[in-house]
Design a protein around this ligand. Structure first.
Ligand code: PEP
Ligand code: MG
Length: 543
Protein backbone atom coordinates (compact mmCIF):
# COMPACT_ATOMS: atom_id res chain seq x y z
CA UNK A 1 0.00 0.00 0.00
CA UNK A 2 1.33 3.48 -0.86
CA UNK A 3 -0.08 6.76 0.34
CA UNK A 4 -0.12 9.92 -1.83
CA UNK A 5 -1.07 13.36 -0.59
CA UNK A 6 -2.97 15.95 -2.56
CA UNK A 7 -5.62 18.50 -1.78
CA UNK A 8 -9.24 17.45 -1.33
CA UNK A 9 -11.70 19.63 -3.22
CA UNK A 10 -14.88 17.71 -2.45
CA UNK A 11 -15.20 15.82 0.81
CA UNK A 12 -16.38 12.26 0.37
CA UNK A 13 -14.73 8.83 0.30
CA UNK A 14 -14.48 6.54 -2.73
CA UNK A 15 -13.12 3.01 -2.90
CA UNK A 16 -12.66 1.38 -6.29
CA UNK A 17 -10.60 0.83 -9.40
CA UNK A 18 -8.55 3.37 -11.29
CA UNK A 19 -9.02 4.41 -14.90
CA UNK A 20 -6.34 6.59 -16.43
CA UNK A 21 -7.87 9.40 -18.45
CA UNK A 22 -6.27 9.48 -21.85
CA UNK A 23 -6.00 12.91 -23.36
CA UNK A 24 -7.47 13.24 -26.78
CA UNK A 25 -4.31 14.17 -28.63
CA UNK A 26 -5.64 16.24 -31.48
CA UNK A 27 -2.24 16.93 -33.01
CA UNK A 28 -2.03 14.33 -35.75
CA UNK A 29 1.45 13.49 -37.02
CA UNK A 30 2.26 13.12 -40.70
CA UNK A 31 4.16 9.84 -41.07
CA UNK A 32 5.68 8.79 -44.36
CA UNK A 33 5.03 5.16 -45.33
CA UNK A 34 5.71 2.81 -48.23
CA UNK A 35 3.00 0.38 -47.15
CA UNK A 36 -0.04 2.33 -48.27
CA UNK A 37 -2.14 -0.85 -48.49
CA UNK A 38 -1.69 -1.31 -44.75
CA UNK A 39 -2.83 2.29 -44.11
CA UNK A 40 -5.90 1.82 -46.31
CA UNK A 41 -6.71 -1.37 -44.39
CA UNK A 42 -6.32 0.49 -41.06
CA UNK A 43 -8.69 3.17 -42.32
CA UNK A 44 -11.31 0.57 -43.36
CA UNK A 45 -11.10 -1.14 -39.96
CA UNK A 46 -11.36 2.16 -38.10
CA UNK A 47 -14.42 3.05 -40.18
CA UNK A 48 -16.12 -0.25 -39.35
CA UNK A 49 -15.46 0.29 -35.65
CA UNK A 50 -16.65 3.93 -35.82
CA UNK A 51 -19.93 2.79 -37.40
CA UNK A 52 -20.36 0.18 -34.64
CA UNK A 53 -19.68 2.83 -31.95
CA UNK A 54 -22.26 5.09 -33.55
CA UNK A 55 -24.80 2.25 -33.46
CA UNK A 56 -24.32 2.02 -29.68
CA UNK A 57 -24.46 5.79 -29.25
CA UNK A 58 -27.62 5.96 -31.36
CA UNK A 59 -29.34 3.35 -29.18
CA UNK A 60 -28.29 5.17 -25.97
CA UNK A 61 -29.44 8.54 -27.37
CA UNK A 62 -32.73 7.05 -28.52
CA UNK A 63 -33.54 6.06 -24.94
CA UNK A 64 -32.24 9.23 -23.33
CA UNK A 65 -33.11 12.06 -25.72
CA UNK A 66 -35.57 10.62 -28.24
CA UNK A 67 -35.54 9.83 -31.93
CA UNK A 68 -35.29 13.36 -33.30
CA UNK A 69 -32.13 14.10 -31.34
CA UNK A 70 -30.62 10.66 -31.89
CA UNK A 71 -30.94 11.01 -35.66
CA UNK A 72 -27.68 12.92 -35.88
CA UNK A 73 -25.76 9.72 -35.17
CA UNK A 74 -27.37 8.03 -38.17
CA UNK A 75 -26.31 11.03 -40.23
CA UNK A 76 -22.77 10.55 -38.90
CA UNK A 77 -22.83 6.93 -40.07
CA UNK A 78 -23.93 8.05 -43.53
CA UNK A 79 -21.20 10.68 -43.65
CA UNK A 80 -18.61 8.00 -42.86
CA UNK A 81 -19.80 6.09 -45.93
CA UNK A 82 -19.84 9.18 -48.16
CA UNK A 83 -18.02 8.46 -51.39
CA UNK A 84 -16.27 11.83 -51.74
CA UNK A 85 -15.08 11.71 -48.14
CA UNK A 86 -13.71 8.17 -48.58
CA UNK A 87 -12.12 8.93 -51.96
CA UNK A 88 -10.32 11.92 -50.50
CA UNK A 89 -8.79 9.88 -47.68
CA UNK A 90 -7.69 7.01 -49.94
CA UNK A 91 -6.30 9.51 -52.45
CA UNK A 92 -4.19 11.29 -49.86
CA UNK A 93 -2.79 8.00 -48.51
CA UNK A 94 -1.86 6.82 -52.01
CA UNK A 95 -0.64 10.03 -53.55
CA UNK A 96 1.33 11.32 -50.56
CA UNK A 97 2.45 7.95 -49.08
CA UNK A 98 1.20 8.95 -45.62
CA UNK A 99 -0.53 7.39 -42.62
CA UNK A 100 -4.31 7.07 -42.48
CA UNK A 101 -4.60 9.37 -39.41
CA UNK A 102 -3.02 12.23 -41.35
CA UNK A 103 -5.16 11.61 -44.43
CA UNK A 104 -8.30 11.74 -42.28
CA UNK A 105 -7.17 14.96 -40.57
CA UNK A 106 -6.45 16.73 -43.89
CA UNK A 107 -9.75 15.55 -45.35
CA UNK A 108 -11.57 16.76 -42.25
CA UNK A 109 -10.03 20.23 -42.62
CA UNK A 110 -10.85 20.44 -46.32
CA UNK A 111 -14.43 19.24 -45.97
CA UNK A 112 -15.12 21.33 -42.88
CA UNK A 113 -13.84 24.46 -44.64
CA UNK A 114 -15.96 23.64 -47.65
CA UNK A 115 -19.13 23.20 -45.55
CA UNK A 116 -18.38 26.29 -43.48
CA UNK A 117 -18.17 28.41 -46.64
CA UNK A 118 -21.66 27.41 -47.82
CA UNK A 119 -24.55 29.87 -47.55
CA UNK A 120 -27.14 27.38 -46.41
CA UNK A 121 -27.27 27.27 -42.59
CA UNK A 122 -27.94 23.52 -42.56
CA UNK A 123 -24.90 22.78 -44.71
CA UNK A 124 -22.74 25.19 -42.68
CA UNK A 125 -23.58 23.21 -39.56
CA UNK A 126 -22.27 20.02 -41.19
CA UNK A 127 -18.71 21.35 -40.74
CA UNK A 128 -18.87 20.39 -37.07
CA UNK A 129 -20.20 16.93 -37.97
CA UNK A 130 -17.39 16.25 -40.40
CA UNK A 131 -14.91 17.17 -37.66
CA UNK A 132 -16.72 14.97 -35.21
CA UNK A 133 -16.69 11.84 -37.37
CA UNK A 134 -13.08 12.50 -38.34
CA UNK A 135 -12.02 12.87 -34.70
CA UNK A 136 -13.75 9.59 -33.97
CA UNK A 137 -11.70 7.92 -36.72
CA UNK A 138 -8.47 9.57 -35.57
CA UNK A 139 -9.08 8.49 -31.97
CA UNK A 140 -9.63 4.91 -33.07
CA UNK A 141 -6.57 4.98 -35.33
CA UNK A 142 -4.36 6.36 -32.57
CA UNK A 143 -5.75 4.03 -29.89
CA UNK A 144 -7.33 6.84 -27.84
CA UNK A 145 -10.37 5.52 -26.04
CA UNK A 146 -10.80 7.96 -23.13
CA UNK A 147 -12.96 6.50 -20.34
CA UNK A 148 -13.97 2.93 -20.95
CA UNK A 149 -17.43 3.08 -22.50
CA UNK A 150 -18.07 -0.58 -22.15
CA UNK A 151 -17.64 -1.11 -18.46
CA UNK A 152 -20.59 -0.52 -16.18
CA UNK A 153 -18.33 -0.25 -13.16
CA UNK A 154 -17.82 3.20 -11.67
CA UNK A 155 -14.15 4.17 -11.80
CA UNK A 156 -11.71 6.57 -10.16
CA UNK A 157 -10.62 8.84 -13.00
CA UNK A 158 -6.94 9.83 -12.78
CA UNK A 159 -5.30 12.40 -15.03
CA UNK A 160 -2.45 14.90 -15.12
CA UNK A 161 -5.13 17.57 -15.22
CA UNK A 162 -8.63 17.84 -16.62
CA UNK A 163 -9.98 20.75 -18.64
CA UNK A 164 -13.59 21.76 -18.00
CA UNK A 165 -14.54 20.51 -21.48
CA UNK A 166 -13.00 17.12 -20.70
CA UNK A 167 -14.73 16.91 -17.35
CA UNK A 168 -18.15 17.62 -18.82
CA UNK A 169 -17.60 15.01 -21.52
CA UNK A 170 -17.20 12.24 -18.94
CA UNK A 171 -20.17 10.00 -18.29
CA UNK A 172 -21.04 11.05 -14.73
CA UNK A 173 -22.73 7.74 -14.06
CA UNK A 174 -19.38 6.02 -14.40
CA UNK A 175 -17.19 8.32 -12.31
CA UNK A 176 -16.49 7.33 -8.72
CA UNK A 177 -13.89 10.02 -8.00
CA UNK A 178 -11.42 12.36 -9.66
CA UNK A 179 -7.72 12.44 -8.86
CA UNK A 180 -5.43 14.80 -10.74
CA UNK A 181 -1.67 15.22 -10.50
CA UNK A 182 -1.96 18.98 -10.99
CA UNK A 183 -4.79 21.51 -10.82
CA UNK A 184 -5.91 24.06 -8.28
CA UNK A 185 -8.85 24.10 -5.91
CA UNK A 186 -10.65 27.03 -7.48
CA UNK A 187 -10.38 25.71 -11.01
CA UNK A 188 -13.58 24.94 -12.87
CA UNK A 189 -12.75 21.26 -12.80
CA UNK A 190 -12.81 21.33 -9.01
CA UNK A 191 -16.08 23.28 -9.11
CA UNK A 192 -17.56 20.68 -11.47
CA UNK A 193 -16.53 17.85 -9.14
CA UNK A 194 -18.34 19.60 -6.29
CA UNK A 195 -21.41 20.14 -8.46
CA UNK A 196 -21.37 16.51 -9.46
CA UNK A 197 -21.10 15.42 -5.84
CA UNK A 198 -18.00 13.39 -6.59
CA UNK A 199 -15.00 13.00 -4.25
CA UNK A 200 -12.09 14.83 -5.82
CA UNK A 201 -8.43 15.35 -5.08
CA UNK A 202 -6.04 17.57 -6.97
CA UNK A 203 -2.29 18.05 -6.94
CA UNK A 204 -1.18 14.52 -5.95
CA UNK A 205 1.92 14.94 -8.09
CA UNK A 206 3.42 13.18 -11.09
CA UNK A 207 4.85 10.30 -8.98
CA UNK A 208 1.31 9.10 -8.44
CA UNK A 209 0.52 9.02 -12.15
CA UNK A 210 3.75 7.18 -12.84
CA UNK A 211 2.86 4.55 -10.23
CA UNK A 212 -0.72 3.74 -11.27
CA UNK A 213 -2.20 1.72 -14.06
CA UNK A 214 -5.73 0.93 -15.21
CA UNK A 215 -7.57 -1.39 -12.84
CA UNK A 216 -5.43 -0.69 -9.73
CA UNK A 217 -7.40 -0.58 -6.47
CA UNK A 218 -7.41 2.70 -4.55
CA UNK A 219 -9.07 4.62 -1.77
CA UNK A 220 -9.76 8.34 -2.32
CA UNK A 221 -10.37 10.48 0.74
CA UNK A 222 -11.65 13.83 -0.49
CA UNK A 223 -11.70 15.16 3.10
CA UNK A 224 -7.97 14.79 3.78
CA UNK A 225 -6.66 14.73 0.21
CA UNK A 226 -5.17 11.25 0.66
CA UNK A 227 -5.05 8.56 -1.99
CA UNK A 228 -4.14 5.01 -0.94
CA UNK A 229 -2.89 2.88 -3.78
CA UNK A 230 -3.34 -0.90 -3.35
CA UNK A 231 -4.95 -0.45 0.10
CA UNK A 232 -4.71 -3.36 2.56
CA UNK A 233 -7.89 -4.95 3.92
CA UNK A 234 -7.69 -3.10 7.20
CA UNK A 235 -7.56 0.31 5.49
CA UNK A 236 -10.45 -0.62 3.22
CA UNK A 237 -12.52 -1.49 6.32
CA UNK A 238 -11.56 1.80 8.03
CA UNK A 239 -12.52 3.80 4.97
CA UNK A 240 -15.78 1.91 4.50
CA UNK A 241 -16.69 3.04 8.04
CA UNK A 242 -15.66 6.63 7.24
CA UNK A 243 -17.79 6.48 4.10
CA UNK A 244 -20.79 5.22 6.08
CA UNK A 245 -20.31 7.96 8.75
CA UNK A 246 -20.20 10.61 6.04
CA UNK A 247 -23.34 9.27 4.43
CA UNK A 248 -25.04 9.31 7.83
CA UNK A 249 -24.03 12.98 8.36
CA UNK A 250 -25.35 13.90 4.93
CA UNK A 251 -28.56 12.00 5.74
CA UNK A 252 -28.96 14.01 8.96
CA UNK A 253 -28.60 17.22 7.02
CA UNK A 254 -31.46 16.03 4.83
CA UNK A 255 -33.68 16.49 7.89
CA UNK A 256 -33.24 20.21 7.32
CA UNK A 257 -35.16 19.91 4.07
CA UNK A 258 -38.26 22.07 4.12
CA UNK A 259 -36.89 24.22 6.96
CA UNK A 260 -36.15 27.95 6.65
CA UNK A 261 -32.75 29.57 6.33
CA UNK A 262 -33.24 31.67 9.44
CA UNK A 263 -30.86 32.74 12.20
CA UNK A 264 -31.70 32.21 15.88
CA UNK A 265 -32.71 35.89 16.10
CA UNK A 266 -34.96 35.72 13.06
CA UNK A 267 -32.92 37.03 10.12
CA UNK A 268 -33.83 35.20 6.91
CA UNK A 269 -31.55 34.67 3.95
CA UNK A 270 -31.89 32.96 0.58
CA UNK A 271 -29.75 29.89 0.00
CA UNK A 272 -29.67 29.08 -3.70
CA UNK A 273 -27.72 26.60 -5.81
CA UNK A 274 -25.12 26.93 -8.58
CA UNK A 275 -25.49 24.72 -11.63
CA UNK A 276 -23.64 24.18 -14.89
CA UNK A 277 -26.14 22.07 -16.72
CA UNK A 278 -29.81 21.25 -16.96
CA UNK A 279 -28.85 17.80 -15.61
CA UNK A 280 -27.98 19.33 -12.21
CA UNK A 281 -31.58 20.31 -11.49
CA UNK A 282 -32.24 16.97 -9.78
CA UNK A 283 -29.56 17.79 -7.20
CA UNK A 284 -30.98 21.30 -6.72
CA UNK A 285 -34.44 19.95 -5.92
CA UNK A 286 -33.08 17.07 -3.83
CA UNK A 287 -31.15 19.50 -1.65
CA UNK A 288 -34.08 21.88 -1.34
CA UNK A 289 -32.38 25.00 -2.72
CA UNK A 290 -34.59 28.09 -2.72
CA UNK A 291 -33.64 28.91 -6.29
CA UNK A 292 -30.74 28.90 -8.70
CA UNK A 293 -28.29 31.70 -7.98
CA UNK A 294 -25.92 30.93 -10.83
CA UNK A 295 -26.50 28.89 -13.95
CA UNK A 296 -23.13 28.87 -15.72
CA UNK A 297 -24.60 28.96 -19.23
CA UNK A 298 -21.19 28.55 -20.84
CA UNK A 299 -21.42 24.82 -20.24
CA UNK A 300 -24.07 24.70 -22.97
CA UNK A 301 -21.37 25.99 -25.27
CA UNK A 302 -18.71 23.65 -23.88
CA UNK A 303 -20.89 20.60 -24.42
CA UNK A 304 -21.59 21.54 -28.03
CA UNK A 305 -19.44 21.16 -31.11
CA UNK A 306 -20.78 24.40 -32.60
CA UNK A 307 -22.51 27.56 -31.37
CA UNK A 308 -25.74 26.46 -29.68
CA UNK A 309 -28.68 27.85 -31.67
CA UNK A 310 -31.31 30.17 -30.22
CA UNK A 311 -33.77 27.25 -30.19
CA UNK A 312 -31.37 24.96 -28.39
CA UNK A 313 -30.64 27.57 -25.73
CA UNK A 314 -34.30 28.50 -25.40
CA UNK A 315 -35.09 24.81 -24.77
CA UNK A 316 -32.47 24.53 -22.02
CA UNK A 317 -33.46 27.78 -20.25
CA UNK A 318 -37.16 26.95 -20.48
CA UNK A 319 -36.53 23.53 -18.96
CA UNK A 320 -34.61 25.01 -16.00
CA UNK A 321 -37.27 27.67 -15.42
CA UNK A 322 -40.13 25.20 -15.63
CA UNK A 323 -38.42 22.68 -13.36
CA UNK A 324 -37.91 25.37 -10.73
CA UNK A 325 -41.64 26.15 -10.84
CA UNK A 326 -41.61 29.86 -10.14
CA UNK A 327 -38.52 29.90 -7.90
CA UNK A 328 -35.82 32.38 -8.86
CA UNK A 329 -33.43 31.23 -11.61
CA UNK A 330 -30.44 33.43 -12.36
CA UNK A 331 -28.79 32.60 -15.64
CA UNK A 332 -25.38 34.06 -16.26
CA UNK A 333 -24.57 34.94 -19.84
CA UNK A 334 -21.68 33.29 -21.59
CA UNK A 335 -18.39 33.27 -19.65
CA UNK A 336 -16.07 31.62 -22.17
CA UNK A 337 -12.32 32.26 -22.30
CA UNK A 338 -9.46 31.81 -19.82
CA UNK A 339 -9.65 28.15 -18.72
CA UNK A 340 -12.99 27.57 -20.46
CA UNK A 341 -11.90 27.14 -24.06
CA UNK A 342 -14.20 26.11 -26.88
CA UNK A 343 -12.58 25.19 -30.21
CA UNK A 344 -15.23 26.67 -32.46
CA UNK A 345 -14.83 30.14 -30.90
CA UNK A 346 -11.36 30.08 -32.43
CA UNK A 347 -9.90 32.24 -29.66
CA UNK A 348 -6.28 33.24 -30.02
CA UNK A 349 -3.70 31.93 -27.58
CA UNK A 350 -3.01 34.66 -25.04
CA UNK A 351 -0.12 35.46 -22.72
CA UNK A 352 -2.50 36.10 -19.82
CA UNK A 353 -5.85 34.50 -20.61
CA UNK A 354 -7.42 35.38 -17.24
CA UNK A 355 -6.75 39.03 -18.05
CA UNK A 356 -7.69 38.61 -21.65
CA UNK A 357 -10.48 38.17 -24.11
CA UNK A 358 -13.19 36.46 -22.08
CA UNK A 359 -16.78 36.61 -20.90
CA UNK A 360 -18.54 39.93 -21.49
CA UNK A 361 -15.61 41.14 -23.59
CA UNK A 362 -16.42 38.45 -26.16
CA UNK A 363 -20.14 39.22 -25.94
CA UNK A 364 -19.67 42.94 -26.51
CA UNK A 365 -17.33 42.49 -29.48
CA UNK A 366 -19.21 39.59 -31.08
CA UNK A 367 -22.77 40.86 -30.61
CA UNK A 368 -24.32 38.17 -32.82
CA UNK A 369 -23.41 35.57 -30.18
CA UNK A 370 -24.67 37.74 -27.33
CA UNK A 371 -27.91 38.65 -29.06
CA UNK A 372 -28.74 35.01 -29.79
CA UNK A 373 -28.34 34.24 -26.10
CA UNK A 374 -30.36 37.27 -24.96
CA UNK A 375 -33.21 36.41 -27.34
CA UNK A 376 -33.29 32.84 -26.04
CA UNK A 377 -33.27 34.10 -22.44
CA UNK A 378 -36.04 36.65 -22.89
CA UNK A 379 -38.18 34.18 -24.82
CA UNK A 380 -37.76 31.64 -22.00
CA UNK A 381 -38.55 34.26 -19.34
CA UNK A 382 -42.30 33.66 -19.57
CA UNK A 383 -41.83 30.13 -18.20
CA UNK A 384 -40.67 31.13 -14.71
CA UNK A 385 -38.92 33.70 -12.56
CA UNK A 386 -35.81 34.68 -14.49
CA UNK A 387 -32.85 36.85 -13.56
CA UNK A 388 -30.04 37.53 -16.05
CA UNK A 389 -26.54 38.22 -14.83
CA UNK A 390 -23.47 39.48 -16.67
CA UNK A 391 -19.92 38.33 -15.84
CA UNK A 392 -16.57 40.16 -15.66
CA UNK A 393 -17.92 43.70 -15.50
CA UNK A 394 -15.33 46.41 -14.93
CA UNK A 395 -17.01 49.64 -16.00
CA UNK A 396 -20.18 51.70 -16.23
CA UNK A 397 -19.87 51.95 -20.00
CA UNK A 398 -19.85 48.16 -20.41
CA UNK A 399 -23.02 47.95 -18.40
CA UNK A 400 -24.63 50.76 -20.42
CA UNK A 401 -23.89 48.85 -23.64
CA UNK A 402 -25.33 45.65 -22.16
CA UNK A 403 -28.50 47.33 -20.98
CA UNK A 404 -28.93 48.97 -24.38
CA UNK A 405 -28.65 45.56 -26.03
CA UNK A 406 -31.25 44.10 -23.66
CA UNK A 407 -33.59 46.96 -24.54
CA UNK A 408 -32.95 46.38 -28.25
CA UNK A 409 -33.72 42.65 -27.95
CA UNK A 410 -36.94 43.35 -26.07
CA UNK A 411 -37.98 45.87 -28.73
CA UNK A 412 -37.22 43.33 -31.46
CA UNK A 413 -39.30 40.64 -29.72
CA UNK A 414 -42.13 43.09 -29.18
CA UNK A 415 -42.19 44.04 -32.86
CA UNK A 416 -42.28 40.34 -33.76
CA UNK A 417 -45.10 39.73 -31.27
CA UNK A 418 -42.95 37.29 -29.33
CA UNK A 419 -43.77 37.10 -25.64
CA UNK A 420 -41.30 37.87 -22.87
CA UNK A 421 -41.67 38.66 -19.17
CA UNK A 422 -41.42 42.30 -18.09
CA UNK A 423 -40.13 41.47 -14.61
CA UNK A 424 -36.80 39.88 -15.56
CA UNK A 425 -34.24 41.06 -12.99
CA UNK A 426 -30.90 42.17 -14.37
CA UNK A 427 -27.72 41.93 -12.33
CA UNK A 428 -23.96 41.84 -12.59
CA UNK A 429 -21.23 39.76 -11.12
CA UNK A 430 -18.90 41.59 -8.81
CA UNK A 431 -15.76 39.66 -9.62
CA UNK A 432 -13.23 42.33 -10.45
CA UNK A 433 -11.89 44.81 -7.89
CA UNK A 434 -12.92 47.55 -10.34
CA UNK A 435 -16.58 46.56 -10.11
CA UNK A 436 -16.50 46.48 -6.31
CA UNK A 437 -14.75 49.85 -6.11
CA UNK A 438 -17.29 51.55 -8.41
CA UNK A 439 -20.22 49.57 -7.02
CA UNK A 440 -21.86 52.88 -6.00
CA UNK A 441 -22.04 53.77 -9.73
CA UNK A 442 -23.15 50.33 -10.88
CA UNK A 443 -25.79 49.62 -8.24
CA UNK A 444 -28.37 52.19 -9.49
CA UNK A 445 -28.27 50.52 -12.91
CA UNK A 446 -29.19 46.97 -11.82
CA UNK A 447 -31.54 44.93 -9.65
CA UNK A 448 -28.85 42.86 -7.99
CA UNK A 449 -25.16 42.08 -7.52
CA UNK A 450 -23.69 38.61 -7.20
CA UNK A 451 -20.15 38.41 -5.88
CA UNK A 452 -17.93 35.96 -7.76
CA UNK A 453 -15.34 35.35 -5.09
CA UNK A 454 -13.35 32.93 -7.24
CA UNK A 455 -12.35 35.60 -9.69
CA UNK A 456 -12.52 38.43 -7.18
CA UNK A 457 -9.89 36.58 -5.13
CA UNK A 458 -7.71 35.93 -8.15
CA UNK A 459 -7.78 39.55 -9.29
CA UNK A 460 -7.53 41.14 -5.86
CA UNK A 461 -4.64 39.02 -4.60
CA UNK A 462 -2.98 38.74 -8.03
CA UNK A 463 -3.09 34.95 -7.69
CA UNK A 464 -3.90 32.92 -10.82
CA UNK A 465 -6.72 30.56 -9.78
CA UNK A 466 -5.33 27.92 -12.12
CA UNK A 467 -1.85 27.86 -10.63
CA UNK A 468 -1.41 25.20 -7.93
CA UNK A 469 2.06 26.45 -6.98
CA UNK A 470 0.76 29.60 -5.32
CA UNK A 471 -2.07 28.10 -3.32
CA UNK A 472 -0.32 29.00 -0.07
CA UNK A 473 -0.65 32.69 -0.99
CA UNK A 474 -4.36 32.43 -1.72
CA UNK A 475 -5.87 33.66 1.51
CA UNK A 476 -9.56 33.44 0.71
CA UNK A 477 -10.42 35.30 3.94
CA UNK A 478 -8.06 38.19 3.10
CA UNK A 479 -9.21 41.51 4.51
CA UNK A 480 -9.04 43.15 1.10
CA UNK A 481 -11.61 40.72 -0.26
CA UNK A 482 -13.88 41.14 2.76
CA UNK A 483 -13.73 44.94 2.42
CA UNK A 484 -14.62 44.77 -1.28
CA UNK A 485 -17.62 42.55 -0.55
CA UNK A 486 -18.79 44.78 2.28
CA UNK A 487 -18.38 47.90 0.16
CA UNK A 488 -20.48 46.31 -2.58
CA UNK A 489 -23.15 45.28 -0.07
CA UNK A 490 -23.44 48.80 1.35
CA UNK A 491 -23.68 50.34 -2.12
CA UNK A 492 -26.19 47.77 -3.36
CA UNK A 493 -28.52 48.40 -0.43
CA UNK A 494 -28.20 52.18 -0.71
CA UNK A 495 -29.67 51.90 -4.20
CA UNK A 496 -32.33 49.32 -3.40
CA UNK A 497 -30.50 46.44 -5.06
CA UNK A 498 -29.97 43.07 -3.39
CA UNK A 499 -26.63 41.29 -3.15
CA UNK A 500 -25.63 37.64 -3.13
CA UNK A 501 -22.42 35.64 -3.27
CA UNK A 502 -22.07 32.85 -5.82
CA UNK A 503 -18.33 32.09 -5.68
CA UNK A 504 -17.05 29.06 -3.77
CA UNK A 505 -16.58 31.20 -0.66
CA UNK A 506 -20.36 31.29 -0.22
CA UNK A 507 -20.13 27.69 1.05
CA UNK A 508 -17.38 28.46 3.57
CA UNK A 509 -19.40 28.23 6.77
CA UNK A 510 -16.60 29.86 8.77
CA UNK A 511 -17.69 33.07 7.02
CA UNK A 512 -21.47 32.70 7.07
CA UNK A 513 -21.86 34.95 10.11
CA UNK A 514 -19.51 37.56 8.62
CA UNK A 515 -21.56 37.60 5.42
CA UNK A 516 -24.82 37.90 7.32
CA UNK A 517 -23.45 40.81 9.33
CA UNK A 518 -22.45 42.53 6.07
CA UNK A 519 -26.08 42.26 4.99
CA UNK A 520 -25.62 39.68 2.25
CA UNK A 521 -29.09 38.64 1.10
CA UNK A 522 -28.34 35.43 -0.72
CA UNK A 523 -25.70 32.70 -0.76
CA UNK A 524 -25.51 30.49 -3.82
CA UNK A 525 -23.53 27.26 -3.47
CA UNK A 526 -23.07 23.85 -5.08
CA UNK A 527 -26.32 21.92 -4.55
CA UNK A 528 -24.61 19.52 -2.15
CA UNK A 529 -23.70 22.41 0.19
CA UNK A 530 -27.17 23.98 0.45
CA UNK A 531 -28.17 22.10 3.61
CA UNK A 532 -24.74 22.60 5.21
CA UNK A 533 -25.15 26.38 4.78
CA UNK A 534 -28.76 26.19 6.06
CA UNK A 535 -27.46 24.39 9.14
CA UNK A 536 -24.82 27.12 9.69
CA UNK A 537 -27.39 29.93 9.27
CA UNK A 538 -29.75 28.30 11.77
CA UNK A 539 -26.97 28.15 14.37
CA UNK A 540 -26.06 31.85 14.14
CA UNK A 541 -27.28 34.49 16.58
CA UNK A 542 -26.77 38.03 15.28
CA UNK A 543 -28.31 39.78 18.31
C1 PEP B 1 -16.57 33.42 -9.59
O1 PEP B 1 -15.68 33.92 -10.27
O2 PEP B 1 -16.59 33.41 -8.34
C2 PEP B 1 -17.70 32.76 -10.26
C3 PEP B 1 -18.77 32.37 -9.57
O3 PEP B 1 -17.60 32.53 -11.59
P1 PEP B 1 -16.71 31.36 -12.22
O4 PEP B 1 -16.19 30.50 -11.10
O5 PEP B 1 -17.58 30.60 -13.16
O6 PEP B 1 -15.62 32.12 -12.90
MG1 MG C 1 -15.92 34.16 -12.41
Amino acid sequence: MTKYQGKGVYGAVAIGKISLFKKQDTAVKRIHTTDTDHEKERFEQAKTLAIQQLDEIYEKALKEVGEANAAIFEIHQMMLEDEDYNDSIINIIESQNVNADYAVAVTADNFADMFAAMDDAYMKARAADVRDISNRLINILSGNTAVSHHSDEKLIICAADLAPSETVSLDKEKVLAFVTAHGSSNSHTAILARNMNIPAIIGVGDEFLEAVKDGDEAVVDGFTGEVLLHPDDESVQTYRRKQADDEEKKRLLLELKGKENITKDGRKINVYANIGSVDNIGAVLLNDAGGIGLFRSEFLYLENSDYPSEEQQFGAYKKVLESMAGKKVIIRTLDIGADKQVDYFKLKKEENPALGYRAIRICLTRPEIFKTQLRALYRASVFGNLGIMFPMITSVSELERILAMCAEIKEELRSQHVEYAENVELGIMIETPAAAIISDRLAPMVDFFSVGTNDLTQYTLACDRQNPDIEEFVDTHHEAIMRLIEMSAVNAHKCGAWIGICGELAADTALTETFLRMGIDELSVSPTFVLKVRDAVRNIDLS
